[in-house]
Design a protein. Structure first.
Length: 500
């Protein structure tokens, strides 16, 4: 791997500050060589969207694998003031980049444009009309292209454009502050990030791996997890995280997570009162919780419980989990494992036949009517985290004739609906685990998925493959994975029930 600093390098840094170093200097034998099907799916969808966008544009296509020739042709095109250049290649010293588009402005300079299949703003969806905050990774990539354009003498502005999923231009003015509270400009953030990344990719500095369930799509996931386990890294403490780890190591000189077991919280809070720069963004409540979790992980080694409310006594318990594709904003399966005094069964009737809005609505309507057919006040929906509730609110806005919003809201509030994660696990329990996810806890309770590589990301890939060939084997795999998710929810609920 070369040491060019690219827009992709900056993106990697925003996702994981350690990856840019590990890609170049880490134990390469531990890096997975298998391509991730879901990552490939995202890439293919992005490429497909990009091709659809540019198919209607008059442009000069400079796409090439010969970067030297591509760079030469890009410079020539920019000198000749070609109005719109597709995949021009920019290079200056150890920086390089390939913006999707370079557009000639009225003043003779060029502006970079990146084509994205999602929203140009943070915290909004492609169906939202609200403007949010600029996306950090987009801003850094646009800034990188702006700097290359300036270095090569074709512009000086700190400004670029994101062409979003609606084919609308979102202007990224990088001289603006990042927010009301954070007055640092996007351009200054870029300069700081570029400096840090430059030092990492040349091995002038090194940083450490961190454990996070968000890293599961990364080829380094198993390698970094192995290092964290063997090193007893503080990120193995649930929800402590990379920034918390770095703060604790810097302020307390922690050697490993076990050191947290013996800290004196009151003494540290006294030191924090005297020195406001000590333990920034970590208060007494957090520190007490981290200490207790460390003791559970390395001393007690068993789950701990506070008194929690009893579960409702009902005739129908529904363990519920949806499968959806965020790349299409599409829900394709409403899975429910039903338990009554007479029987247990998985209901597989609520699957979208294809990826049309009509099929999505039909599957959801079937599920809604099924729940509405149950004895009123004598059923309970169990789910794990707020994703189902958030998704159903969006679906109700899209299909308001299926169910009234007031009725829907009652399905996600005790005693009718119980979020096992937020209402019980997070509030009343602690576990000797690095995460309190459904899979982590269910595995701890000796529940195993039938699929060898169970994940929501792979379910999305299987569904997209199923749409292409309608292979019933693929549909069966999706249904079995979802059924096991529902059963895992039931296993956790039953375990908690046994602790009353």
């Amino acid at each position: 791997m070369n040491n060019y600093l690219t827009a992709s390098t900056l993106y990697d840094y925003t996702q994981c500050p350690h990856k840019v170093w590990r890609d170049r200097f880490g134990p390469q034998a531990e890096k997975s060589q298998e391509s991730n099907p879901f990552v490939e799916l995202l890439w293919e969808k992005g490429v497909s969207h990009e091709k659809a966008v540019v198919s209607n544009l008059q442009l000069l296509d400079l796409s090439s694998t010969d970067k030297a020739d591509q760079f030469h042709k890009t410079l020539e095109a920019m000198r000749n003031k070609v109005p719109l250049i597709y995949h021009g290649y920019l290079q200056y010293e150890t920086y390089s980049g390939e913006p999707d588009l370079l557009r000639l402005e009225s003043d003779g300079t060029y502006i970079p444009i990146d084509i994205k299949s999602g929203s140009g703003f943070e915290g909004t969806t492609e169906d939202s009309d609200e403007n949010g905050k600029l996306k950090r990774h987009y801003a850094l990539q646009i800034a990188h292209y702006c700097e290359l354009i300036a270095k090569l003498g074709f512009g000086s502005k700190h400004r670029g454009i994101i062409l979003d999923s609606k084919n609308e231009e979102v202007v990224y003015d990088l001289d603006l502050p990042q927010g009301v509270k954070n007055q640092m400009t996007w351009w200054r953030l870029y300069e700081q990030t570029r400096y840090e990344v430059s030092r990492l990719i040349t091995n002038q500095i090194q940083n450490k791996p961190a454990y996070s369930s968000l890293c599961k799509l990364c080829p380094w996931y198993q390698s970094c997890k192995k290092w964290c386990v063997e090193s007893k890294d503080p990120t193995m403490i649930a929800y402590l995280g990379r920034s918390g780890r770095d703060t604790l190591v810097e302020s307390l000189d922690l050697k490993d997570a076990k050191d947290l077991c013996s800290i004196d919280v009151q003494e540290l809070m006294y030191m924090k009162q005297k020195d406001k720069s000590f333990l920034p963004r970590i208060g007494e409540k957090q520190l007490t919780k981290f200490k207790f979790r460390a003791q559970i992980n390395y001393e007690l080694k068993t789950p701990q419980f506070k008194p929690f409310p009893p579960f409702p006594k009902v005739s129908h318990e529904l363990f519920f989990d949806i499968e959806d594709d965020p790349t299409q904003e599409f829900v394709y399966l409403h899975g429910v494992y039903e338990r009554t005094p007479e029987r247990e069964r998985f209901l597989d009737d609520f699957v979208a036949a294809d990826n049309t809005r009509e099929a999505e609505k039909e599957a959801w309507t079937k599920f809604i009517r099924y729940v509405q057919s149950l004895p009123k006040g004598d059923f309970c929906l169990y789910y794990y985290s707020k994703h189902e509730r958030t998704t159903y609110r969006k679906m109700q806005e899209m299909y308001p004739d299926v169910i009234d919003i007031n009725e829907l809201e009652t399905w996600f509030v005790p005693p009718i609906g119980i979020d096992l994660y937020f209402d019980y696990i997070f509030k009343y329990t602690e576990w000797p685990l690095p995460s309190y996810s459904l899979k982590e806890i269910a595995h701890y309770l000796n529940f195993n998925w039938r699929d060898k590589t169970p994940s929501g990301a792979l379910s999305i890939q299987w569904f997209n493959e199923y749409l292409e060939d309608k292979d019933p084997v693929k549909l069966k795999r999706i249904l079995e994975y979802n059924e096991d998710d529902c059963k895992a929810t039931m296993v956790i609920k039953d375990y908690l029930d046994s602790k009353k």
